[in-house]
Write a protein that binds this ligand. Structure first.
Ligand SMILES: [Zn+2]
Ligand SMILES: [Zn+2]
Length: 160
């Protein structure tokens, strides 16, 4: 998706002093931390949802809480879509980005293409973007560790 965190539109506010892209980014405020923790909490529920219906319902809740109708904008390097109202604080922007990004990922890759690493000692979350859609571990070291453990379990002689 072509979302971005920068605030749309040439500044009509106090931030128009400079024209660098960073200066047009929404200013972070103390409330944004709470909002960001909210989005992570909601998102982790999506990750751990027991089935695709539950997962869809939770993503829809996130979208309802954060996203607005999509709109075309060209405030930075070409036309793209925003899924939120203009001039939102950073926390609200992140909420919309993560909600819409997760929804787009699930419908394009598959509702089960988001989850936890299969290694018993790892709780990392990953979004499967592999070609096969069969990723089970967050990264290769976890896959290797698990393979070694399974190998040892098969070949170990019971201790007496
Ligand atoms: Zn943008
Ligand atoms: Zn892992």
């Amino acid at each position: 998706m072509n979302e971005c965190v920068a605030d749309p539109g040439p500044g009509t506010t106090a931030t128009s002093r400079t024209t660098s892209p960073a200066a047009r980014s929404p200013l972070a405020e103390p409330a944004d931390l709470g909002h960001t923790l909210d989005v992570l909490e909601a998102w982790i529920e999506v990750v751990d949802a027991p089935g695709e219906r539950e997962r869809a319902g939770l993503v829809n809740d996130m979208l309802a809480r954060s996203a607005a109708y999509p709109r075309l904008t060209d405030h930075a390097r070409g036309w793209h879509l925003h899924y939120r109202d203009d001039r939102q604080p950073l926390g609200a922007v992140l909420f919309a980005l993560i909600s819409v990004g997760t929804a787009l990922h699930l419908v394009s890759r598959g509702m089960d293409q988001l989850g936890r690493c299969a290694a018993a000692d790892c709780e990392m979350i990953f979004a499967d973007t592999s070609r096969t859609g069969r990723q089970r571990y967050c990264r290769q070291p976890c896959a290797n560790r698990d393979a070694v453990r399974r190998h040892r379990a098969r070949h170990s002689t019971p201790a007496t």
